[in-house]
Design a binder for this molecule. Structure first.
Ligand code: FDA
Length: 388
């Protein structure tokens, strides 16, 4: 196919750009991905022995209050009525998360009213009231008081960052949510659910168009007909890979956290009774366990086995999958230098979480791609405006 537009990366950002460009503008779009599948980190696949849908790069729950995004995604999939709830196992007891009135009353073996719970948290947080904490540990105590912070946040955060929270910047957290009701829903958005037929069916529908060609196992930086050297300057490109990699790390490396996953198939029907259980204590190394059957209670999954996945967190090296931006002051300064370099590029647009060095939920990646399509891509192909 003679491409009018090349999209590097088939995550939700790249898929949205490709779908819009092909469907609305009739462009020939080539999407390339260095992985062997589409969907980026939201990719899921059926575990072979059980048929249970496994979220390969960590649990992905769709939620949004953005009506434009909700209308857009519903063209490709319907959603189940799944409502995400998380539990946390502390000191041999299971509590609901995020911290709510149920968590507090169970923690205190009490029956506090909402106002009594508020007063108790305020009193505990008073320990560091009026100070300006520099590290995450003090900030956590100041926000919700030492008892709740030390039980549910301190070691969990320490495990996530592989760093003592006393050595982490206070700027990592602005707030720690506490709900003074028994509402234990994880998300507050208007719309929430999981794609009825799974993520893969959703993504395949987005590129089910003869105008879209997908090339997997194809790295933009490798030699070849779709490599950077051959494509750049010839065809407009939307690039959703890591921004520092694009510039050969000339301004330095941006830091990321990565995750390691340990999957196990167990010969029992149900391991933990919920989809996600956090482990905030120090006696286990992992941060949480996912049990995938609970994402789809409506499906007729086998009762003979279940699939669980332990999640471990650490800093990423160059060959690891980058998951969460670390975003230190140094990273932000590095990013600004890359942004200056981006201004010199005339035929390539940068987007998505890797191209922006920004954590995006799925609905944000889609919303941001729709905006790039309307503001940059459409004006270029319809009215001849500059691509960048
Ligand atoms: P994404 O990373 O998905 O895609 C980028 C693609 O570019 C990848 O497929 C990559 O292989 C490809 N690529 C990179 N370099 C390339 C190169 N040189 N050549 C070719 N291809 C290249 N969101 C949410 O809404 N609910 C949730 O529950 C979660 N949960 C969650 C858990 C974890 C562990 C993470 C890390 C993230 C989430 N998310 C999430 C966020 C969600 O994953 C995110 O919004 C989307 O992945 C963003 O899509 P992008 O297209 O920007 O990136």
């Amino acid at each position: 196919m003679q491409a009018d537009l090349v999209v590097v990366g088939s995550g939700l950002f790249g898929l949205t750009i490709a779908e819009r460009a092909a469907t609305e503008l009739g462009l020939n779009v080539v999407v390339l991905d260095r992985r062997g599948h589409i969907g980026g980190n939201a990719y899921t696949e059926k575990e072979k022995a059980t048929g249970i849908e496994v979220h390969v790069y960590g649990a992905h729950l769709f939620h949004t209050s953005n009506e434009r995004v909700w209308a857009y995604v519903n063209q490709f999939t319907s959603f189940t009525n799944y409502v995400h709830r998380v539990f946390t196992r502390h000191n041999g007891e299971v509590f609901p998360m995020p911290i709510n009135l149920g968590t507090i009353n169970q923690f205190l073996h009490a029956a506090l009213s909402p106002q009594e719970a508020r007063d108790w948290v305020r009193e505990q947080a008073g320990e560091l009231a009026g100070t300006d904490p520099e590290n995450l540990n003090d900030k956590g105590i100041q926000l919700i008081g030492r008892p709740l912070y030390e039980a549910f946040i301190k070691y969990y955060t320490g495990k996530q960052w592989q760093t003592d929270p006393k050595d982490l910047s206070a700027s990592i957290i602005r707030r720690l949510p506490v709900r003074y009701t028994y509402d234990s829903r994880y998300f507050n958005d208007t719309h929430e659910g999981l794609p009825t037929e799974g993520y893969t069916a959703w993504f395949e529908r987005m590129v089910d168009n003869p105008k879209i060609e997908v090339r997997l196992d194809t790295d933009f930086f490798a030699e070849g007909e779709l490599g950077r050297a051959r494509v750049l300057g010839q065809v407009p490109v939307v690039y959703t890979g890591p921004i520092d990699r694009y510039f050969d790390y000339a301004e330095g490396e941006l830091k990321w956290r990565t995750l390691d996953f340990e999957k196990e198939v167990l010969p029992i029907e149900d391991f933990q009774g919920c989809a996600v259980m956090n482990y905030p204590d120090l006696d286990v190394d992992f941060t949480r366990i996912h049990e995938f059957r609970h994402f789809h209670p409506e499906r007729d999954y086998t009762k003979d086995a279940t699939v669980i996945m332990r999640e471990y967190s650490r800093f990423a090296g160059r060959s690891d999958e980058p998951y969460y931006p670390v975003n230190t002051d140094e990273d932000r300064a590095t990013l600004l230098r890359y942004r200056d370099r981006v201004k010199e590029e005339k035929t390539i647009l940068f987007g998505g979480r890797l191209g922006s060095y920004k954590y995006y939920d799925m609905h944000m990646a889609i919303g941001s791609a729709l905006t790039m399509f309307e503001n940059k891509i459409k004006p270029h192909f319809v009215s001849g405006e500059a691509f960048v």
